[in-house]
Design a protein around this ligand. Structure first.
Ligand code: PLP
Length: 428
């Protein structure tokens, strides 16, 4: 068993550092180009969905089940068979869904831009007329959520993620006393980057909140709702709209998901859902914006997946490809770091990321060491609002895109970088 680095003598630290610098130089000489920065499916995963393009080509039937010619203008919120499929998947009545475009992030940006410009169904005035608009951001979190807030001038407040979701004591206290807090981000299942799924108790406490802002919005980004990695261990999440209905807060959540990591990112379907009142309001606004989405893509998806079982079977194929990559990351981290007390990491049962914490003050150095060796990581700080990790400790590892061989090499270098950064800090 390796010793904690904090127990090493100055001489031992020096000796180890010399050895590790030598090894690092060898890796540097290999002229590597490895990317663990973004949560992208690998080519093998993308290939799983190519049959989608054959289903329509073969039949050349472009009519939805109610006889609408999907090649033409029309149908604002989705063809009936697509609404039925995703309504069933998400546990939401069809009339409370909007299927539009190819990116849920785009829907989220668009929703918040609308609220800034016009307010939401419960607003007294547009948010841009308020002196200040603030959002609660569970951290570490998804960089692009934070990017939307930054772009729209929404001030972000960090709340720590705990093993069962955001720190609800902090969230409840904040929303109850500050009416300028208009919303909160949530990735409630297999969160980005931790892989945490909110507990039933956390979901209940969120639904039971009594925000001071009457138009508070819970941005419920359920991007990884069917992205399990294991067969035996699957997280589950209560239906936020149902739980909110029990507390009379059904107008609070705005639910999002997409098929980006089910079918093809950028060529998938994005879906938004909410209460009847919320969705009537949103659809009215969207009507001014578009005549309708790409319905042919909706047909393609429904005819390829057929039903919810079809989606679940497809997700098992994804899991079979990426599970070994997550296992490899975990194995390598244990092999190289156990006992040294220089890092901790998540072991998710789904989603796309592993969240790693170095000792405070070491993450940027790890990023630099990896970068100088040809291993690209998600920018350190990106998992926090304004790109500022107060502890300089969190690193998001995205293992899905590289091949197993590339990942093994990248993780060897990553672990070496963690050791070097920790020893350098100990030597100071
Ligand atoms: N939401 C989360 C939590 C994500 O991690 C991602 C992509 O990484 C997205 C949304 C992007 O979704 P889309 O491709 O539907 O815009």
């Amino acid at each position: 068993m390796a010793q904690p680095y904090s127990a090493l003598s100055t001489e031992e630290i020096k000796g180890k550092l010399e050895k590790f610098y030598q090894l690092y130089k060898i890796y540097q000489g290999e002229d590597l180009k490895l990317d663990m920065s973004r949560g992208k499916p690998c080519t093998q995963q993308l290939d799983l969905s190519m049959g989608m393009y054959k289903v329509l080509e073969d039949t050349r039937d472009f009519f939805s089940e109610d006889g609408f010619d999907c090649r033409n203008y029309g149908i604002l919120d989705g063809v009936p068979e697509a609404k039925r499929l995703f309504g069933e998947l998400m546990g939401v009545p069809e009339e409370q869904l909007f299927i539009g475009g190819n990116s849920s992030l785009n829907l989220m940006y668009d929703a918040l831009a609308k609220f800034m410009l016009l307010g939401n169904a419960r607003s007294e005035r547009p948010w841009c007329r308020e002196e200040k608009v603030k959002f609660i951001c569970p951290v570490p979190g998804y960089d692009r959520h934070f990017g939307i807030c930054e772009e729209l001038g929404i001030e972000m407040i960090n709340v720590d993620m705990l093993p069962d979701g955001p720190d609800m004591d902090a969230v409840e206290a904040l929303v109850a006393q500050d009416a300028s807090i208009k919303g909160m981000w949530s990735v409630p299942m297999y969160s980005n980057p931790e892989g945490t799924t909110y507990s039933a108790e956390t979901v209940r406490r969120l639904a039971a909140m009594k925000p001071a802002a009457p138009d508070f919005v819970l941005m419920w980004d359920n991007a990884y709702m069917v992205h399990h990695l294991e067969k035996e261990r699957r997280d589950s999440l209560p239906n936020i709209l149902d739980v909110c209905a029990e507390y009379g807060s059904e107008d609070m959540p705005l639910v999002f998901t997409s098929t980006s990591k089910i079918s093809l990112p950028g060529s998938g379907l994005a879906i938004m859902a909410g209460s009847r009142r919320t969705m009537a309001y949103m659809k009215k606004r969207i009507l001014a914006q578009t005549i309708g989405p790409d319905k042919i893509n909706q047909l393609r998806h429904v005819r390829f997946f057929k039903d919810v079982d079809g989606i679940m079977a497809h997700m098992e194929k994804h899991a079979a490809i990426i599970r070994p990559k997550f296992e490899l990351v975990d194995t390598m981290l244990h092999r190289h770091l156990d006992g040294r007390e220089i890092g901790r990491w998540s072991r998710p049962y789904g989603g796309y990321f592993v969240s790693f914490f170095t000792l405070d003050g070491c993450a940027k150095r790890v990023e630099q060491l990896c970068g100088d060796c040809g291993v690209k990581l998600t920018a350190v700080g990106a998992t926090y609002p304004y790109g500022k990790d107060p502890h300089d400790a969190n690193i998001r590892i995205a293992p899905t895109y590289p091949s197993l061989e590339e990942l093994q090499k990248a993780m060897e270098i990553f672990c070496l970088a963690v050791k070097i950064a920790s020893l350098e800090q100990a030597a100071r």
